[in-house]
Design a protein around this ligand. Sequence first.
Ligand code: DX5
Ligand code: ZN
Length: 220
Amino acid sequence: AVAAKIAPSMLSSDFANLASEAERMVRCGADWLHMDIMDGHFVPNLTIGAPVIESLRKHTRTYLDCHLMVTNPLDYVEPLAKAGASGFTFHVEATKDHWKELVRTIKTKGMRPGVALKPATSVEEVFPLVEYENPVELVLVMTVEPGFGGQKFMPEMMDKVRTLRKKYPSLDIEVDGGLGPSTIGMAASAGANCIVAGSSVFGAAEPAEAISILRKSVEG
Ligand code: DX5
Ligand code: ZN
């Protein structure tokens, strides 16, 4: 099986105390820190960019799993690489035919490329990016409309996860949106191995316990 990665979404953290929130999540067992980068254009919300990633990088060595909800992902590659981002996951809806250049640049700059898809986008759209000679290494299946934390998980997205897992046994498949103790079973049995969780982890009385429940579901 593919290794489980539990990635708390820092969108649900106290942004004014980002370094200590990140440290707390790592202490609670997080593998990755999920960083939601929004430009107020691709989605109706505005969050953080490279300057904040650069500041956070000075306080942690943990893998920074950056999810780019932006209209022009190529513009972010160089700044995020310099800032110390680890993963760079762009939206397939934001690319037309320039994804090959985008993936190549992400790798050249030392980051790990991933592709995300919104709920209305069919899973076939990402096949070429996974099958290309220079492929993306992660597919992020959105299980809510991107833009905000705290929304309800869409179980009908599990068909996409099952299709991807069947076709690509060793691919990193990430799910994002509405994941928590009551929905993780569906995602894990469909074949997701990278789990983003914002409100369920930050809202838990014991975040370490919430993370451990997610991990046990994925690892079986
Ligand atoms: C939504 C973001 C998610 C979000 C998840 O656009 O991509 O990462 O923070 O938050 P929860 O887990 O609360 O749905
Ligand atoms: Zn996200």
